[in-house]
Design a protein. Structure first.
Length: 277
């Protein structure tokens, strides 16, 4: 890596300043800095995307039945009130509440995707036999998995490629890294780290001409703009907004929401029982 007092070969200039430095050298350093900044931004976006995806899955898995129960209770309460009053407005509200209730899925639909070559998955079998269901995975990968992912992304990111063959190699590798990170698979991330270290060294590039460097900077800028849109969409999504409420302990946030929903279910059931009396 060159310094302000080095020439393009890495040797210091005779007068100790960068007066004799080629303009392309400064531009090249700007490109390198932009590349690293973009990679760090992509790492942050991908990290948040995985957390949003995991949080969304666990939110549906843990809280979906509670939301469904609340919808059903709301419909039953509205129907009971309409039956008691006969008021057309109450009847309309009951019909509207009932329309929001999702119908119970059939057996095939319920267990679609839960089947393997030997039959039902362990989770589905546990539900049918009243055995404990395996706890869902954490909302976010472990700290060690996050560390391994960041190190691999910085070393093998496709944005560091200088030719198409190297880019393809890096894209294929990072796809595997992202998949392992999404599962929080520390062991596989370690294996991938060793694989990259033992693989061919990144293709060395010669000093680019100024036109190519400017084109590279322009591409990096467009890529940053695209990622900014992706990041904004993630942050503005309902799940993203919830996750940002408890960035350090999203599992606890799910527990708090579950407690609130259980309280609402109890209140609705009491209201329904009062109407039935």
């Amino acid at each position: 890596m060159t310094t302000p007092n080095d020439d393009v070969t890495g040797a210091p200039t005779a007068d100790g300043n960068d007066a004799a430095e080629r303009p392309e050298a400064r531009l090249e350093r700007a490109v390198r800095a932009a590349e690293q900044a973009l990679i760090e931004f992509e790492i942050a976006v991908e990290t948040f995307r995985v957390e949003v995806e995991n949080f969304s899955r666990l939110h549906h898995q843990r809280l979906g039945p509670m939301y469904a129960r609340l919808d059903e209770l709301d419909a039953l309460i509205a129907e009971a009130r309409a039956a008691r009053t006969g008021d057309p407005e109450d009847v309309a509200r009951a019909q509207s509440a009932r329309s929001l209730v999702m119908p119970m899925p059939g057996v095939d639909e319920l267990f679609g995707g839960w089947m393997d070559s030997d039959g039902l998955s362990p989770e589905a079998a546990a539900m049918l036999t009243d055995r404990p269901v395996q706890p869902p995975k954490r909302v976010r990968p472990s700290d060690e998995a996050r560390k391994l992912y960041r190190e691999l992304a910085r070393k093998a990111h496709p944005d560091l490629a200088r030719e198409e063959q190297d880019r393809q190699r890096r894209e294929e590798f990072i796809t595997r890294v992202n998949a392992a990170y999404g599962r929080g698979d520390e062991a596989l991330l370690r294996e991938l780290s060793e694989e990259w270290a033992a693989g061919p060294a990144p293709v060395a590039s010669e000093l680019s001409e100024s036109e190519e460097l400017y084109a590279r900077l322009e591409w990096l800028s467009r890529r940053k703009e695209l990622l900014t849109v992706v990041a904004r969409d993630l942050e503005d999504s309902a799940i993203g907004a919830m996750l940002r409420m408890a960035p350090e302990d999203p599992d606890r946030l799910l527990e708090e929401i579950a407690e609130q929903l259980l309280a609402q279910v109890a209140q609705r059931e009491a209201e329904l029982a009062a109407l039935a009396r």
